[in-house]
Ligand binder design. Sequence first.
Ligand code: PA5
Length: 471
Amino acid sequence: MRYNKKELRLRVDFNNMMSKSVGQDGFTDKQLLAASAEAESAFESVKAGRGKGMMGWTELPYNQDEVVEDILATAKYVRKNFEYFVVLGIGGSALGPIAAFQAICHLHYNELPKRKRKGPKFYVEDNVDPERMEALFDVIDVEKTMFNVVTKSGSTSETMTQYLIIRDVLEKKLGDKASEHIIATTSRDSGNLIKIAQKEGYKTFYIPDGVGGRFSELCPVGLLPAAVVGIDIKGMLAGARYMDELCSSSNPRKNSALMAALMQYLAMKKGKNVSVMMPYADGLKYMADWYCQLWGESLGKNKNLDGSACNKGQTPVKALGVTDQHSQVQLYAEGPFDKVITFIAVDRYRAQVAIPDGCEEFPNVNFLCGHTMNELIQAERRATEYALTKAGKLNHTIVLPELNEFTLGELIMFFELETAYTGALMQIDTFNQPGVEEGKNATYALLGRPGYDEKREELASAPQKLNRYII
Ligand code: PA5
């Protein structure tokens, strides 16, 4: 599919980050100019790191021609032969696939009749709640299901547990044919899943070495599930490429992701410890979830790059416009000055719904008649933006001309670059996650994984809980 780049260009409105709009908490041109050298050096360090170490994700829009063809062929096969497609994974291996599915597919996709869907019914099991696992078996027929087990490390307890359960069920039902129902997406040379996949003969896709979980939506982790449900993955990659091109200047005024990073960084210095992501589109509800992982895991660190101790980061919060206007916006407007709010606006929704006439005798309802839901949601977004700005709360708006594969790719790349620039400004390692690893290792120890005796002892010697504090 062809996309008109210029018409689909993502833009960011930073007006309400400036003091002329929000008053004393905002920035002046002078302050931004004074910080431009820092921004430039963050840009240069990200540029220098491209494609190296854990920055393989920058190259994904450019270096996957072959794998994309394999993904498309596999997706076609899955669509032809299976009625259900289930992703087994967690964290970065689940949030991207969920976000893309919600953004592009029909909002009630699974409830649609088969002829109206572009692919099989779609589920992502990103937890180990036993009730959820059992519930899955109530809605799928495993004999008609392709499972995609996704784990970069190949050893995450949650994912491997899901896998073990599925494999057992498949083997009991299908015997030797079980392996035809599993696709593995994992590291080429490390972890257990690759070894299992080779032994069992699973179709396998590889997660490139320099691509961490939260930066993996544009590699087979996200592309295979997306292609299976009929999402134009080449369009997503084209959008990401375009955004990458748009962000090729070291001048924040010509690079929206760098400007966003600089402003978040300066805002953190002023004590803005919370980043609210508030899309005004149900399709983007789970993009906010995906963003929370990207922002939280990448920037929440207790060490600077030089090894010195710190406790840095900004707590990401997801909200949905307009739904959360009736829940969280009271706090954003009148609560502490500790947040930066990012709105995501969509110029043209994929549906136009008129509000019919019919309430002439009630003027306080009738004012809505003759408008559209489209006008209402835009008015509510503008009104909330106005109210928060009036209250002096820092906010900016990312505008998508419409929501499609191309703009989704732009948005993903925008956030990934913004995160990388922000981490560089903060002088931390954006791409590690020792805090997550600690929890993973403690789980291994608690469940008796070999090699974790020391961790088990450490846990046993931790302060014991006292009954008097359990009421
Ligand atoms: O971003 C990350 O690296 C993590 O959140 C991982 O995605 C998550 O822990 C799952 O790890 P894995 O893909 O190794 O199963």
